[in-house]
Design a protein around this ligand. Sequence first.
Ligand SMILES: CC(C)(COP(=O)(O)OP(=O)(O)OC[C@H]1O[C@@H](n2cnc3c(N)ncnc32)[C@H](O)[C@@H]1OP(=O)(O)O)[C@@H](O)C(=O)NCCC(=O)NCCS
Length: 327
Amino acid sequence: MHAKITALGTYVPPRVMTNADFEKIVETSDEWIISRTGIRERHVVDKGVATSDLGAEAAKRALTERGIDAQEVEAIVVATVTPDMLFPSTACLIQHKLGIKKVWGFDLSAACSAFVYALQTGAQFIQTGAHKKVLVIGADVMSSILDYSDRATCILFGDGAGAVLLEAAEDGEGIIDFEHEIDGSGACSLYMPGGGSLHPSTHETVDKKMHYVHQDGQAVFKFAVRKMADACENLLARNNVKASDIDCFIPHQANQRIIKATGDRLGLKPENVIINIERFGNTTAGTIPLAMQTAREEGKLKKGDLVLLASVGAGFTVGATLLRWTI
Ligand SMILES: CC(C)(COP(=O)(O)OP(=O)(O)OC[C@H]1O[C@@H](n2cnc3c(N)ncnc32)[C@H](O)[C@@H]1OP(=O)(O)O)[C@@H](O)C(=O)NCCC(=O)NCCS
């Protein structure tokens, strides 16, 4: 039995920060940000709004699209690197906000690959027959862990969420295969050092800015360009799928140059490569469902399409998923 996506819902907070806004707070320019990243603007939460708020709203929209009662959901997997708190899990907070009874769930930490990892995790519960309906949510409030005086990182990220509902698929439909890999040798290339068991929060960790995103941008860039394409190539070869068979490539949105380099190396048609980073920046676990929504809005994602998802993120984490779109 395969799992298939039967509904999609997304949510971004209404407030927008443009590149012009960043020109006022760090030494940067609209031209630099667009040419190096492809980003024009990103959405950010107001004070007091957290990851569970974004995730719950996206989930509500997915359930509305499917037209089912929330009580039918049997498990919730939340992909996030910015949980409301270290514990309880954001899954618990979203469950409570949605008012779903007799459900279980948990958070999954894999940074920018977390949505594809959560999708695969949710799919396993459907494939084994353990559950009939699983909510998979990718949500992040990256603005809560950004150093707005570090121009190399603060311009890259935004806040946002997306949710999909997974159910059992007919033959040949839905999620076909995946290729995942982690490589902890890259841990110090992209990380938030403070607040965990290694460096619990102290005045010193705050003074040293250890509760913010730290990144070696070039190391991440090089790894991402190489590994995103490698994972996709392995996945396609194993399934006897040619690049020309892919109707829609939906990659994690970290940098337009990474996406274009991957699309070129795989030999995908540019019109089949979904890019919406100009509107949202990198929303970490939110990018892939947000890009699914953009693909639908642009008429580039239709029922029956063969879809390739791909991501690289902190860890390092690498993921690729092949699926037949079913809504
Ligand atoms: C971050 C990133 C956009 C930087 O682009 P880059 O071309 O690698 O730029 P560099 O880091 O080499 O920096 C080049 C110069 O621009 C400067 N710079 C950095 N951020 C800047 C900004 N916002 N505005 C203007 N200049 C900036 C640097 O200080 C550096 O200046 P220097 O040459 O005087 O030292 C790019 O490395 C990247 O996207 N990496 C991957 C990040 C990513 O995907 N992260 C998430 C993974 S899921």
